[in-house]
Structure formats: structure tokens, C-alpha cells
Design a binder for this molecule. Structure first.
Ligand SMILES: Cc1ncc(COP(=O)(O)O)c(C=O)c1O
Length: 185
């Protein structure tokens, strides 16, 4: 019997950045000089005090399940950081800890989207956005931007992309990969 994966999984494109990173590793291993700009990772090892804190936490027994939405002390630290940095006040119940941005975006999309809903994504965009939307059964609506206006989504292009099925706009600012930042206006 051939076991096939779901239609949703079949519709996904492999990550272009992951493919580039694998290719860069392969070329490096063959002795070529490669400047790898694919994955957004620091080019230095994790600082010693962070590694030590992880080791100390494990030795202190923090190796078990936590509350699903995150460790209460960590959620309180997030609340304080958002208040200090952005002037935003949220109670800890409004904070959910995730394993990175992909996981957080996936949770947010799954919580809001239904199959057939449309999500407007200005391009160029970070490669996984469209695939994360497809995984919910919703439809990514890619709106192209151009260099002449700093790769910003214009109000006209945004309005033209809106249909009765539009449920969400996925706006990344500052943008990866263009660095474009939207003003409040
Ligand atoms: C704009 C953007 N969103 C999401 C992610 C994914 O982040 P994470 O690795 O924390 O899942 C990245 C990673 O480079 C990113 O650049």
C-alpha cells in the first residue's frame, strides 16, 4: 500500500531559504568560499552566559512539561518587556510562548482562518508566509510591490486585492527581505 500525505501537505512548496542553506553547506564542504545570506542566523556561537543558564535550568530540574501557554515567570517577563519597549500593557493571560516566529504565526493563522478565506501578502515576503497560510486551507493572495516606492504595499493595490473572502493582511515591518518599514500613516 502506498501511503500518501495529505492534499494540504502536497500543495506546500519546500522552503527556498532552507534549500539555499543546504546548497551553501554543500558548496562549503567542497572547499568553495561561500557567503551564505540564506538563514537569518547570527554568525557567532550562542554567548556563554546563555548556554550556562540553559545548563543551570536543566540541572535545577526544569526538564518537565510546562503550562501549555508558557512558564508564568517567562510570561511576566514578556509583559514587562512589551511595556518597557513599546509602551503596551497586556495581562500575562494574553501572552502565549512559542518555539519561534513560525510557530507563533501558525498558531495565529489556525486560530483565525477557515478554508477558502483569503490572506493578502505583499511580495517580496518571507518564504514561509504563503505556505503557513496554505496549511490552514486558506488562500494566499500575493500582491506585488516594486522598488520605485520602496517595496511598500500601496493603499490602491491593497484595496484592489480585497474581496468578500479577505480575512487577513500579513504585513511584516520591518520587512524580510526588503527592510521596508511602514509609517503609522
Ligand atoms: C520575517 C520572518 N518571519 C518569521 C521567521 C521565522 O522565525 P523562526 O525561526 O523564529 O520560526 C523569520 C526567520 O528568518 C523571518 O525572517
Amino acid at each position: 500500500m502506498v501511503l500518501s500525505v495529505s492534499k494540504l501537505i502536497q500543495a506546500l512548496e519546500p522552503s527556498a531559504t532552507m534549500a539555499m542553506a543546504a546548497k551553501a553547506k554543500e558548496l562549503k564542504a567542497s572547499g568553495r568560499t561561500v557567503y551564505d545570506l540564506s538563514l537569518g542566523e547570527p554568525d557567532f556561537p550562542t554567548p556563554e552566559h546563555i548556554c550556562q543558564a540553559a545548563i543551570d535550568a536543566m540541572k535545577a530540574g526544569h526538564t518537565h512539561y510546562t503550562v501549555a501557554s508558557g512558564i508564568p515567570e517567562l510570561k511576566r517577563a514578556v509583559v514587562e518587556q512589551y511595556k518597557a519597549r513599546y509602551g503596551l500593557s497586556y495581562p500575562p493571560q494574553h501572552v502565549v510562548i512559542s518555539n519561534g516566529a513560525k510557530h507563533a504565526i501558525h498558531n495565529a493563522l489556525v486560530a483565525v482562518l477557515n478554508p477558502g478565506d483569503e490572506v493578502i501578502i505583499p511580495a517580496p515576503y518571507w518564504v514561509s508566509y504563503s505556505e503557513l497560510v496554505k496549511l490552514t486551507g486558506a488562500v494566499p493572495v500575493i500582491v506585488h510591490t516594486d522598488e520605485s516606492n520602496g517595496f511598500k504595499l500601496t493603499p490602491e493595490a491593497f484595496r484592489a486585492a480585497i474581496t468578500p473572502k479577505t480575512r487577513m493582511l500579513l504585513l511584516c515591518t520591518p520587512s524580510n527581505p526588503t527592510g521596508t518599514m511602514y509609517s503609522r500613516q
